[in-house]
Design a protein around this ligand. Structure first.
Ligand code: ZN
Ligand code: MN
Length: 473
């Protein structure tokens, strides 16, 4: 075969993990944690919506500053130029999951321009990064089409590359690297492809040495890196095999990928030139990026490749913990924040607390970090149990110092403890059965104590004191 060159360009949409949506205060968390704290399920349709994200006429959008900062941070991590002035535009099109009839996006003045990312020495340039809002979702069910607008208004960062990628496998490597950057280094997205946080469209064409070019094939909405690579490989072969009988007129074809058949199939030919009738969003003033502290943003980007597991293991942290810390910037951040205030001999406990998420929360607040470090020192030196540690940390999270939390614990602890002693004395039969293995009686004891305290005592505190009394005797 002739010297045929493959040309691939990518467009990646990244959902930002901000607390609220892009232009309103709605909760941006589309999944809920189940009670075991692990699996997540999606929220009931249309329960996290408001007049703004529903697009009700007369409602006014207000831009989410965190989303803008994170877009700039990502731009800085990808060597982009940050625009001095940037604005939002309306992009008009009709689709049932877009109630306004337009999407707030960015047209000619995106936040970030240019930039590049190197994959094994090959520079892949970016065209731009802009910020927009996600649309809702259509659900097709028993012949009906239903709309769920929970996702409408989620901040969406669109990253567009130049057509600099030369093979399907390079596209895969590029996407994996980019996912790691937005998930771990700038930490702006959960970037879970299966959940649609990180979505990719790819354009591929093939050309010969004389510049003769094939049609451009666009592959849309493929939800795994492996499938993107496979679909691109199929298209690359197909386009090459048709050489030199490529259509004279430059055309664009959209194809989908069927992962079960491992085939691509045609979706649309001869795309009409889209006319979105962009115009500046009149409800949002342009932004001057000079008002943000870009140096600080840039210094907040973790360069994971520079940190080594060895540096952490030398501090006495088990290698498996070090691996986990280096893979998760939020944990690493928290670890570093606490480490500053901790006695050096207690680092191993600290890594356990952070890696295994004993606390159930993260914090960047210096005062909280300082007090938590005291609690971790106490835990490490066996002055407090794990249960008490967790109760005290909850108080510290709410702004109390370690000493205040201890005092509070002792004060209401005393009352609760008295009640518990009485209950245990009155139920000696159950106590014996519990100790013989009937652990389900814990619920019964907690219930009795609750009843006696008039519902005032904290059930978690009751369980922890009960556990200490019953299990440690
Ligand atoms: Zn809303
Ligand atoms: Mn877009």
């Amino acid at each position: 075969m002739e010297n045929l060159k493959t040309v691939i360009g990518l467009e990646i949409h990244v959902q930002l993990k901000t607390k609220s949506k892009m232009f309103c205060r709605c909760d941006n968390q589309s999944f809920v944690e189940t009670t075991d704290g692990k699996q997540a399920e999606s929220k009931a349709p249309n329960t996290v919506v408001c007049p703004i994200c529903l697009g009700i006429p007369g409602s006014l959008p207000v831009a989410n500053e965190q989303a803008i900062l994170w877009t700039l941070k990502t731009g800085l991590a990808l060597n982009c130029e940050i625009a001095e002035i940037s604005k939002f535009d309306r992009k008009h099109y009709f689709y049932p999951d877009l109630p306004k009839g337009y999407q707030i996006s960015q047209y000619d003045e995106p936040f970030c321009l240019g930039g590049h990312l190197e994959i094994e020495g090959h520079k892949i340039r970016f065209n731009r990064i802009h910020l927009e809002e996600d649309a809702g979702k259509l659900i097709h069910q028993n012949g009906n089409s239903l709309v769920d607008l929970n996702r409408a208004g989620t901040p969406l960062m669109e990253i567009v590359t130049e057509p600099d990628i030369n093979s399907p496998l390079e596209a895969g490597a590029f996407l994996r690297r980019l996912q790691k950057i937005v998930r771990d280094e700038t930490a702006v997205s959960m970037a879970d492809m299966e959940k649609g946080h990180f979505r990719c469209d790819a354009n591929i064409s093939v050309s010969d040495d004389d510049g003769k070019m094939s049609e451009i094939v666009e592959l849309k909405n493929i939800n795994s890196f492996r499938f993107i690579e496979k679909a691109l490989l199929i298209e690359e072969d197909r386009l090459k095999s048709k050489y030199p009988d490529w259509p004279e007129e430059k055309s664009k074809v959209t194809r989908g990928y069927d992962s079960k058949k491992d085939e691509t199939y045609i979706q649309r030919t001869k795309e009409e030139a889209s006319d979105y009738r962009y115009f500046p969003e009149p409800d949002l003033p342009p932004f001057e990026t000079a008002k943000f502290d870009l140096d600080k943003l840039k210094s907040g980007v973790y360069q994971f490749k520079d940190l080594k597991v060895g540096e952490l293991t030398q501090l006495g942290i088990p290698e498996s913990d070090a691996q986990i810390l280096l893979k998760n910037s939020q944990k690493l951040d928290f670890f570093n924040g606490l480490k500053k205030h901790l006695k050096p001999e207690n680092l191993e406990t600290l890594s356990k607390v952070v890696v295994h998420n004993y606390l159930g929360f993260y914090s960047e607040d210096e005062d909280i970090l300082k007090e938590l470090a005291i609690a971790i020192d106490n835990l490490s030196e066996n002055k407090i149990s794990k249960q008490i540690f967790s109760l005290l940390s909850d108080q510290i999270k709410d702004g109390k110092s370690f000493n205040e939390a201890v005092l509070e614990y002792q004060n209401d602890g005393l009352d609760v403890e008295n009640i518990i002693d009485k209950i245990l004395a009155e139920n000696s039969g159950e106590v014996t059965r519990y100790k013989a293995g009937a652990k389900q009686l814990m619920g019964y004891f907690v219930g009795q104590v609750m009843k006696k305290s008039g519902g005032k005592a904290d059930p978690r505190k009751i369980s922890s004191i009960l556990a200490e009394k019953l299990d440690n005797q």
